[in-house]
Design a protein. Sequence first.
Length: 160
Amino acid sequence: MLFQFWIAPAVFLLLSSCVNIDISFSGNGDETPVVRINDGRFEVEVADTPRLRERGLRGRPYLPEREGMLYVPDGPVAGPFWTKGMLFPLDFIWIDRGCRVVDLATYIDPPRRGTPDNDIPRYRSYPRAAYTLEVNAGEVDRFRIRVVDKVRFENIDVRC
């Protein structure tokens, strides 16, 4: 009987040491990171490490409504984005250091299965942006998000 009480914790410790969980919220740990634009309130995952930015939303079957991923680059400017491994369409919202929307790309479809990497389009902001927010396709229109709209960050360590 004593064997049963220590075997489950031992198996859990062994398995958990083999799993590499890499999640970043960059907030105070008690609150969900949120990006607000107009009437849009998006609970976000914060991709603020090279590993999280590279993985992004790749391979996920969907993104719940009013959720997104906020990319925070190491440098001062957000790099280009592509949709490799995406399974659903997205809207891109680029935000500058003044906390304003500076560019938008909407209804970006995922690439067709088998599309060579060189044929997958890259998307970038003109003018340059500091942050990129990915949300479900259609949410930019749904919340009437436009260039110059003010952005509010809650429970996220970003500079504005």
